[in-house]
Each structure stands twice: as C-alpha cells, then as structure tokens.
Ligand binder design. Sequence first.
Ligand code: HEC
Length: 126
Amino acid sequence: MQIVMTAGTRYSFVVSVLVSLAAACGSATAQDFPPDVTRGKAVYERHCLTCHGRGGWGDGPDAAAFTVPPANFHRFKSFLKSDEELLRTIEHGIVFSPMHSWQGQLTETERQDVLAYIRLLVQQGR
Ligand code: HEC
C-alpha cells in the first residue's frame, strides 16, 4: 500500500502534532505564566512572615514560641531543595511541626507565587 500525502492529510498531520505539543507543554507546568512575586509577597506577609520572618531567616515574631524552629530559607539545607520538594511541603505541611498544610487555604497558583517570593528573598541576603 502506498500512502499518498495530499495537502489535506499533511495539514491534519501538522495540526495533530501541534495539538499534542500544546498538550505536552500544558501538563509540564501547572500554570501557563511565570509566578507572580508581587502576589507571592502579599501571601508571604499575610501567612508566613510571623514564623519565617520578613527576610526568610526563620526569625519571625512567633518563631521563639515553637520547639521546632521555622525553616531559615537561606540555609543550604533549604535552598538546595527543588521547587517540587518545597511546594510539596507548603501543600502538605510537616508532621509534628507548626508548619501545617496550606492546601485549602492557598490555591496552587498562590503556593507557586509564594515560593517564587521565598526564592527572591534568598537571593537578596541581609
Ligand atoms: C506557625 C509557624 C509557621 C508558619 C505560619 C509557616 N511556617 Fe513554614 N515552616 C515552619 C516550621 C517550624 C518549619 C520547619 C519544620 C521542620 O524543620 O521540621 C517550616 C518549614 C517550611 C518549609 C520547608 C523548608 C525546607 O527546607 O524544607 C517551607 C517551604 C515553608 N515552611 C514554607 C512556608 C510558607 C510558604 C508559609 C506561608 C504560606 C509558611 N511556611 C508558614 C513554620 C511555619
């Protein structure tokens, strides 16, 4: 059998390749646009600052009250972790620690925005 590529079949082949490419890109990242650090800052200041501190050093006003100290995002231990790993922690929390799950309180986009803001804080230093 011989496959004859008419203009019509070629066109539908190109369209199906484009559609599957778009689908692959869409599933690689949860959001189609880069995280918004301005929104991330607002989320951080509202929900995270009391424990993790304004600069992310783990020295927020509530930090002293906990036996498990809030993570200092500037330590190698934290900033070498992948985005996926930190997002998982924000999503699910850490057992036996004051770091509870934020699933339900923050949307997936807000969790990504706040992580982008944490990454920015770490770049800034003291
Ligand atoms: C009540 C205090 C508290 C609040 C509020 C809080 N955290 Fe935490 N967080 C902690 C503690 C404590 C740990 C460290 C737990 C441990 O080391 O076992 C932690 C750990 C983390 C980690 C993991 C760091 C690592 O190195 O693995 C991330 C990421 C994080 N917090 C993000 C956030 C974000 C984002 C918010 C705000 C939406 C937030 N936290 C709010 C107490 C808090």
